[in-house]
Design a protein around this ligand. Structure first.
Ligand code: T46
Length: 132
């Protein structure tokens, strides 16, 4: 599986670091939505769905978690553990997130507004949709 990671350039000075992410600049889509997942309880696994259209980039801005992406044939696990590493997640990947550290804040940039009708939340349906 060929997953794309994006390295954000930290703009550091003596005070510390800053990362700037601008729509269309260095990321492959216009940003229409930003959300973040935090305060995830120990042992919790999230996700268990795919998107028909949505493109996203996920960055653990603090802490870490594991993102497992499944294209219906192969699975790959990526450790999100850096505020300068973004994982691009295109449409058509079943995802599971797990192993959240208690301090993990997972920031997600998305190219579409929230639309429950474009989620696939059943794995068998996902496999059928991949065949179509
Ligand atoms: C994804 C992974 C990485 C909204 O109302 N608006 C939103 O923009 C989002 C993302 C969620 N919600 C509601 C829907 C649910 O009632 O928030 C609740 C939790 O969402 P969900 O169970 O889908 O959360 P995760 O962590 O399983 O998945 C989320 C995103 O939904 C999904 O697009 O790719 O994070």
């Amino acid at each position: 599986m060929n997953l794309t990671t994006i390295n954000f350039k930290p703009l550091g000075d003596a005070r510390g670091s800053l990362v700037a992410i601008e729509s269309d600049l260095g990321i492959p889509f216009p940003i229409r939505r930003v959300y973040y997942i935090f305060d995830t309880k120990t042992g919790v696994e999230r996700g268990f769905h795919a998107h028909k259209k949505l493109q996203q980039i996920a960055v653990a801005v603090t802490g870490s978690c594991e993102m497992i992406l499944d294209d219906g044939k192969e699975k790959e696990s990526v450790c999100l553990d850096s505020s300068t590493k973004g994982l691009y997640i295109g449409p058509g990947f079943w995802r599971v997130m797990r192993n959240f550290t208690p301090d993990c804040v997972l920031l997600v940039l998305a190219d579409r507004h929230y639309d429950e009708s474009e989620y696939i939340r059943n794995y068998d349906e996902f496999l059928e949709w991949k065949k179509s």
